[in-house]
Design a protein around this ligand. Structure first.
Ligand code: 5GP
Length: 206
């Protein structure tokens, strides 16, 4: 079992409606040590892949994206969901249905923050049906940039997002993949993944 799977079993809970609640380290309170380990793990899994920008969507992807941006020493951009009075730039716009909020969100990025020369590593907290990931991919393509890979903290393997993205040819790396979870018994099974030899952020990773 890897560090994230252990953390989920220790501190996560399952809510009715196929929702995994991990507010205490990912979605409300941020456990910096876990974020750091995830960032190192993504860097290890995407070794050799060209990346000059990290992209996520507000809000919960931002913490992981920031630590990953620090490791790569590249800018971090997050797609926004609501237009504010000061967002006057031209925008790339897309849409994503929110699994947790059960509504369609407009998502956008101001044009100056995505360029055709960008090689983008997309990261997010969860992958369920793939709506958020596809909206981010759409924004990258509108800018004529390229998706280098997709790094996900927790993939819900019972939903189709991961399979669809991999079938589309994207390099998707999910640190924990939930194979099944049961609300009544509060049990979670993870998909077996190769043992991860280097997830300790204190080790040098190059
Ligand atoms: P997708 O767009 O892939 O259908 O869903 C991914 C998004 O929905 C994530 O950005 C995450 O915010 C949210 N999400 C989906 N399933 C869960 C879940 O079980 N728990 C939590 N906390 N968020 C989820």
């Amino acid at each position: 079992m890897n560090f994230l799977e252990e953390k989920i079993l220790l501190e996560g809970s399952i809510k009715e409606g196929n929702i995994l609640k991990v507010d205490c380290f990912l979605n409300h309170q941020i456990d910096i040590d876990i974020m750091r380990q995830m960032a190192y793990e993504f860097k290890r899994r995407f070794r050799g892949v060209e990346v000059n920008k990290i992209l996520t969507i507000e809000a919960s992807g931002i913490a992981i994206a920031t630590l990953l941006g620090d490791l790569y020493d590249v800018p971090v951009v997050f797609a926004k969901k609501s237009v504010t009075a000061n967002s006057t730039d031209d925008k790339y716009m897309s849409q994503a249905y929110s699994f947790t909020h059960k509504k369609m969100n407009n998502v956008f990025i101001s044009k100056p923050y995505l360029n055709a020369t960008d090689r983008v590593l997309i990261v997010d907290d969860f992958l369920a049906d793939g709506q958020a990931a596809h909206a981010l991919i759409d924004l990258v393509h509108q800018a004529e940039a390229k998706v280098s890979g997709i790094g996900i903290a927790i993939e819900k393997g019972q939903q189709q997002g991961g399979r669809i993205l991999r079938d589309e040819g994207y390099h998707v790396e999910s640190i924990a993949i939930v194979e099944s979870m049961d609300w009544e018994t509060q049990t979670i099974k993870f998909r077996e993944q190769p043992v991860l030899p280097l997830s300790n952020p204190k080790l040098s990773i190059g």
